[in-house]
Design a protein around this ligand. Structure first.
Ligand code: DQA
Length: 148
């Protein structure tokens, strides 16, 4: 049975390519989706790739991934919650409540940036946390969870 990877992207990541390119690079979210699709194909995994600027949508998608997890059909979730990383108890509770195996991902090295980016509500519930590899980090995250 083919397992699925959920790659979920939070607020403002739809602006990748033009948003602070010195921080996030010049590749677009569509490019990131291609990177993820290639990584999933290498591992024989299916991909659900989504972005929302709305916290509740991300919560709903984690619940959806949780239902696949219960059925043994989820490979893992790669979540770049963007700014919600630093604010959202709701996303933390969604991850804890579903038990989905989670990679918390950031394109930039959040620890080299403003201090408000140093704290993550999600890290405590994540199986892995990665940051600073640029958009190639998404492929590395999929390579990692494919071994779980
Ligand atoms: C980010 C880092 C966050 O601090 C920021 O709010 C983002 C993107 C990253 O991918 O580096 O929107 O998650």
């Amino acid at each position: 049975m083919t397992k699925t990877v959920y790659v979920l992207n939070g607020p403002n990541l739809n602006l990748l390519g033009t948003r602070e390119p010195q921080v996030y690079g010049t590749q677009t979210l569509a490019d990131v989706e291609q990177i993820c699709a290639a990584a999933c194909a290498r591992h024989g995994l299916a991909l659900e790739f989504r972005q929302s600027n709305h916290e509740g949508a991300l919560v709903d998608w984690i619940h959806e991934a949780g239902r696949l997890h219960v059925e043994g059909r989820l490979a893992g979730v790669v979540l770049n919650a963007a700014a919600y990383t630093h604010t959202s108890v709701a996303l933390l509770d969604a991850v804890k409540g579903t038990g989905v195996p989670l990679v918390e991902l950031h394109i930039s090295n959040v620890h080299a940036r403003e201090s408000f980016r140093h704290h993550s509500y999600l890290a405590a519930a994540a199986r892995a946390v990665m940051c600073g590899f640029g958009v190639q980090g998404y492929a590395l995250a999929i390579d990692g969870l494919a071994q779980w």
